[in-house]
Design a protein around this ligand. Structure first.
Ligand code: SAM
Ligand code: SF4
Length: 462
């Protein structure tokens, strides 16, 4: 998140530490905007903060442990600066509520996933009353968000949440409990936010939701494919992405969008979770292995060059060696471009937490390592196919590892690093891929004039 430029003297400062998914990042950006409207500025130096907000994740046990360890360390800061206000929010805030200040007595305010918007008001209330505050209720509608977008100014890419919550109740997942029922954001608000972002220089937007495919089906004005078409028509974006898609709701109309809409990047994140029908049933995913494979085939018919990524879990309760091997076989059959893989962990209150047949930790670790070895090999082979091709890269900035290099993504979501002038940041640039690694590609700018874009104009020398 960018620091806000303004006269910083005499203004109160907010420090935010975000754990978890892109939705949490978006929520933190929104919160920073809400504080900005009250003249409280974001700082990346915790030492100078008057308010610290920890935005937490509960999806896996490890994510909660990380957040708790960070919160624990705040005690030292509070002792040094007794007026510091410590607030915790996000999924763990929602889940633990009142018990958080009991465990960490220096936590002053706890907000949930729908109530974090009230944090600026709660901070004021806390300042006058000195009483600890916990506010957790869910709201029925998607909130009307400020369109300040101060946090993203100067960025090439941004995220926009289009839905909150989830109604699917996969048996392992805590999201429906900590994020509440699914709600879709009005399409006009989404379009206005994207227009605001493009006016600030943003070129690519990723639409966020736990299951974007069900956008609008329950409470919206239009369906998800209609929303994509609307955004393509009404905004000046160069590129549009979305995540996450639930396979059971992936419609042919959406597949068609990959073929029809030029701004839609040719990449889909389609979490499969497991390759065994027995496990998929126990997970309540509501599709079979065969149905998943059929959707992948259809997608590739509509858009042969589409890149597909996925999430998989090992060690779900009841997963026997044969089930696990089914997952490996599915990875070999689909040949995903990227796989995010996790060891199953019990989440309190979910159905699977009380399932029998828990898999020992040692077995989970062994399965995860083997699966990752297999997928790393596949990913590298997929990446190697790109060597020698020219890819259009949206240059997002300089590489963290080497400031002299530029970094960006291809439409199908590969990270490409290459040497080039900084004035290319924000541009779509043709880049020749010269080397493939497991997680990125090395590129080179074609010789000036070698590659001509529309109207025979080279983006580099124009
Ligand atoms: N909505 C997405 C979907 O339907 O696949 C997933 C969202 S979830 C926040 C992100 C990923 O975390 C899941 O795809 C799953 O692989 C993983 N995950 C969720 N619950 C988990 C658990 N209890 N243990 C391990 N991994 C889990
Ligand atoms: Fe969790 Fe399933 Fe909802 Fe995804 S679809 S957020 S995995 S309950």
């Amino acid at each position: 998140m960018k620091n806000m430029k303004s006269d910083k003297r005499n203004k109160k400062k907010l420090f935010i530490r975000t754990f978890g998914c892109q939705m949490n990042v978006y929520d933190s950006e929104t919160l920073a905007d809400l504080f900005f409207l009250r003249n409280i500025l974001l700082t990346d130096n915790m030492g100078e903060a008057d308010i610290v907000f920890v935005n937490t994740c509960s999806v896996r046990e490890k994510a909660e442990q990380k957040a708790c360890s960070f919160i624990g360390r705040l005690q030292r800061f509070k002792l040094k600066k007794p007026n510091l206000i410590v607030a915790v929010g996000g999924c763990m805030g929602q889940r633990m509520g009142e018990t958080l200040p009991e465990r960490f007595p220096f936590v002053d305010i706890v907000v949930g996933t729908d109530t974090f918007y009230y944090l600026p008001e709660l901070v004021e209330r806390y300042r006058t009353s000195g009483k600890k505050l916990v506010q957790l209720e869910f709201s029925r509608e998607f909130p009307r968000l400020p369109l300040v977008k101060e946090c993203v100014s100067g960025q090439v890419t941004a995220m926009v949440t289009i839905m909150q919550g989830c109604d699917n109740f996969c048996t392992y997942c805590i999201v429906p409990y900590v994020r509440g029922r699914e709600k879709s954001r009005p399409s006009s608000d989404i379009v206005r936010e994207i227009q605001e972002l493009t006016s600030k220089g943003v070129k690519e937007v990723t639409l966020l939701g736990q299951n974007v495919n069900s956008y609008g089906l329950k409470d919206g004005d239009i369906t998800f494919p209609e929303l994509l078409r609307l955004i393509a028509r009404e905004t000046d974006l160069l590129r549009l992405r979305f995540t996450t898609s639930h396979p059971k709701d992936l419609s042919e109309d959406l597949m068609k969008c990959f073929h029809d809409l030029e701004i839609l990047c040719k990449h889909i994140h389609l979490p499969v979770q497991a390759g065994s029908n027995k496990i998929l049933r126990l997970m309540n995913r509501r599709y079979t292995r065969e149905e998943y494979l059929q959707k992948v085939r259809k997608l590739r018919e509509y858009c042969p060059e589409i890149a597909i990524s996925t999430d998989v879990m090992v060690g779900f309760p009841g997963e026997e060696e044969a089930d696990y091997l089914d997952t490996l076989r599915l990875l070999e059959e689909v040949r995903f471009d990227t796989v995010f893989s996790f060891k199953y962990s019990d989440r309190p209150g979910t159905a699977a937490a009380s399932f029998r047949g828990k898999v020992p930790e040692k077995v989970k670790t062994r399965r995860l390592i083997q699966l990752q070895e297999l997928q790393n090999k596949i990913t590298l082979e997929q990446n190697e196919k790109l060597v020698g091709t020219v890819q259009e890269v949206l240059v997002a900035g300089t590489s963290k590892a080497d400031e002299r290099q530029l970094t960006g993504r291809t439409g199908d979501n590969h990270i490409v690093n290459f040497y080039g002038p900084r004035n290319l940041i924000g541009e779509l640039v043709p880049v020749t891929i010269v080397e493939a690694y497991a997680h990125s590609l090395k590129g080179e700018l074609p010789l000036v004039g070698e590659f001509s874009r529309e109207k025979d104009q080279c983006v580099i020398c124009r």
